[in-house]
Design a protein around this ligand. Structure first.
Ligand code: ADP
Length: 353
């Protein structure tokens, strides 16, 4: 997530001594990520199904079936994917769909995969078609077909792989082709977390960060974290820094509010980018309907960023609707932005004023 989204465009992030800046951030990031499944909060249905699949695979001494996770960023796809091999006690490798441009990029991962091990491919929807097709026999029959040479001299070499588990993660399940989707035995959708679940994550992580926090303060941070653990963690760390710098080191409701306001995070958790998106639709496009590309051009950001990072929560919280004619800001959205629904052409047409 962009730094402005955490800190707001005009707010300087707190300074740390340069020599331990990166190390501290990475260490903290790692320290906050659950290492085992029992440390994970929420997503109980998904958790239970995965736990059963793991137990069954262990009992049968067989590799776990392939799993596809989908859902907006920051909800725990990578965390699940990294906890599963630890539960199974097997090695794992991590790849990214965006860097798998040709089948040869995938070969080392597949040939290195040990029996029962896990291969995690993040952003699997970004894999090239040729790579995807190359993956089919690997997933189904643990075999790859390599073509050596060209023209009349070309030969096909079948390589047998050790049975492994593929875990894919995507923010865009709609971009995954049906043949690839169907090759995953389990397809799990991760949804936004409740404020209670986020509050529990914040409490646990404030312990890890060695900072005291009141219940009201953790609820406040949770309710401004858009149902997303990654944002809850980022916001907690910002409030912790604010408290260390300006206050006595204990996070109270008042401090949490002040720190989040300073970072440009509003009462429902929208940050500067979210509000700019709603404001662009409201002001420039009279509330919509408007295509996401037009909004992206006007804001000078990638449409993918809006689709992946901004829209899911706005849609979920009914500040925005997606129609065949384009995006429309809802009456709630207009009011949240301080506008008057009567000034919009189409906005809120399906809603009672
Ligand atoms: P994704 O892969 O879906 O983008 P991640 O798995 O990287 O999301 O999650 C982002 C961060 O949120 C993790 O580093 C972790 O600290 C936290 N997190 C995610 N899911 C959970 C969970 N179920 N319980 C506790 N913390 C979580």
């Amino acid at each position: 997530m962009p730094r402005e989204a955490i800190f707001g465009p005009d707010v300087e992030p707190p300074e740390m001594p340069p020599e331990n800046k990166v190390e501290l951030t990475l260490d903290e990031e790692r320290a906050l990520r659950p290492q085992r499944m029992f440390e994970m909060v929420g997503q109980r249905d998904v958790y239970d199904r995965i736990e059963i699949a793991i137990q069954a695979a262990r009992k049968r001494k067989e590799p776990l079936g392939h799993i596809l996770f989908d859902g907006p960023p920051g909800l725990g796809k990578t965390t699940f994917a990294m906890c599963i091999p630890r539960e199974l006690g097997v090695p794992f490798q991590i790849g990214n769909g965006a860097t798998l441009r040709a089948p040869k990029d995938l070969v080392p991962y597949l040939t290195n995969a040990e029996e029962g091990s896990v291969l995690f491919i993040d952003e699997i929807h970004r894999m090239q078609k040729a790579v995807e097709e190359f993956l089919y026999p690997a997933m189904e029959d643990f075999r790859i077909d390599l073509t050596l040479g060209e023209g009349v001299n070309a030969r096909t070499l079948n390589i047998h792989l050790k049975p492994f588990t593929l875990i894919g993660a995507t923010t865009r399940t709609g971009l995954i082709s049906a043949p690839l989707r169907d090759r995953f035995q389990m397809r799990e959708h991760l949804d936004f977390y409740t404020n209670e679940e986020l509050s529990e994550i914040i409490h646990r992580n404030s312990d890890k960060l060695n900072v005291e926090i009141t219940n009201e303060a953790s609820h406040e941070i949770a309710s401004r974290s858009r149902g997303t653990p990654r944002l809850a963690n980022n916001r907690l760390r910002w409030v912790r820094d604010y408290t260390d710098a300006r206050e006595d080191g204990r996070i109270t409701l008042d401090i949490a509010k002040k720190a989040l306001e300073m970072a440009g995070v509003d009462i429902v958790g929208l940050d500067a980018q979210d509000r700019k998106y709603l404001d662009t639709i409201l002001r420039v496009f009279q509330g919509g309907p408007v295509g996401v590309e037009a909004v992206a051009h006007t804001m000078n950001v990638a449409a993918d960023t809006l689709i992946d990072e901004v829209e899911p929560f706005l849609l979920r919280s009914e500040l925005l609707v997606r129609t065949p004619r384009g995006r429309i800001i809802t009456v709630n959205g207009i009011r949240h932005m301080g506008g008057d629904p009567r000034n919009c052409l189409n906005a809120g047409q399906n809603f009672i004023f």
